[in-house]
Design a protein around this ligand. Structure first.
Ligand SMILES: C[S@@+](CC[C@H](N)C(=O)[O-])C[C@H]1O[C@@H](n2cnc3c(N)ncnc32)[C@H](O)[C@@H]1O
Length: 290
């Protein structure tokens, strides 16, 4: 077993502050060993023996920026699954997609135009699940129109994987067979690829959620953010969800993971009643008090 060099308290604090301010993640003292294992693993790969030298390397111009990308990928959790939160997808159907159907039976439905955002999309499973859910609903109900999913993450390696749209068969076990047959084609013996129609609807972009001010983001009908903010401190989480609201169209839905924000409220949003999912709807002009 390889030796992990010790890190004193002052150095650890420095790393904690740097990670919090650059990518938002908080590393409590219990996670110090995770930090040390991740850092020393990477340092060994590049022949660096002292944390201080590695820190200097990270701050060294373009080379440092590339190294930083690699480190961020090691320090962030990318666990994800297709259809990970089925209740949230059901809520999307009941509270967003069902509204696209004409009120009068037999009436011609209006063309659909939906913009969704998967914030913290990791290797793409969540974003593709959203695109599939919308497509499946539209086809079932004969709706015409267009849906786009903007999928963002801080990890370039995860985004590169996501853009391929190729997944090992073990990662598709969660999917209903009907969905697997309709939306995936065999790629090689062990892998499947999303069909082109779905791949083309999802645009993967690198975005650091703590720099939303600088980002060019349009208005969305649905913002989906799950299992991302749980690694951030409370004020930071609230700042980010407040920014999400600025990108939500009137009537749009914000769907969060269970631990993303606790007791958070926004004057423009009303909670969507659900036992299982944390979701809010942005008030429409009609609903706002005079
Ligand atoms: C556990 S995954 C969640 C994936 C997906 N949302 C889900 O629930 O299955 C968390 C993702 O958040 C991303 N992430 C962490 N900090 C971030 C930040 N500051 N900006 C953007 N993405 C971030 C990580 O790179 C990782 O891919």
């Amino acid at each position: 077993m390889q030796q992990v060099p010790p890190m004193d308290d002052a150095q650890f604090q420095h790393w904690q502050q740097m990670l919090e301010s650059r990518i938002g993640i908080t590393l409590p003292a219990e996670r110090k060993s995770f930090l040390l294992t991740s850092l020393s693993g990477r340092m060994r790969e590049i022949g660096c023996t002292r944390y201080q030298d590695y820190l200097e390397l990270l701050n060294n111009g373009r080379h440092g920026a590339v190294e930083w990308e690699i480190l961020v990928d090691r320090l962030t959790v990318h666990e994800t699954r297709f259809y990970r939160d089925r209740q949230a997808l059901q809520l999307l159907e009941d509270h967003c997609l069902a509204r696209l159907l004409p009120e009068e039976e037999g009436a011609e439905p209006a063309p659909v135009r939906l913009d969704l955002w998967s914030a913290g999309c990791a290797t793409g499973e969540e974003a593709f699940s959203l695109a599939i859910a919308v497509d499946h609903f539209m086809r079932r109900h004969g709706l015409k129109g267009y849906c786009s999913v903007m999928a963002t993450d801080i990890s370039r390696a995860s985004l590169a994987h996501a853009r391929e749209g190729v997944y090992h068969r073990n990662r598709l076990k969660n999917l209903p067979l009907e969905i697997l047959r309709e939306y995936f084609t065999p790629w090689d013996l062990d892998h499947y690829r999303l069909i082109k129609r779905i791949r083309e609807r999802v645009c993967f972009t690198r975005l650091n959620l703590i720099n939303l001010d600088a980002a060019r983001i349009g208005m969305m009908d649905v913002i989906f953010c799950q299992n991302v903010l749980i690694y951030f401190r409370r004020e930071r989480r609230e700042e980010i969800v407040n920014r999400f609201v600025e990108h939500l169209r009137p009537g749009g839905l914000l769907i969060l993971g269970a631990g993303e924000v606790v007791h958070w409220r926004h004057p423009d949003l009303v909670p969507v009643a659900s036992d299982e999912v944390i979701a809010f709807r942005r008030e429409t002009e009609d609903n706002l008090a005079p």
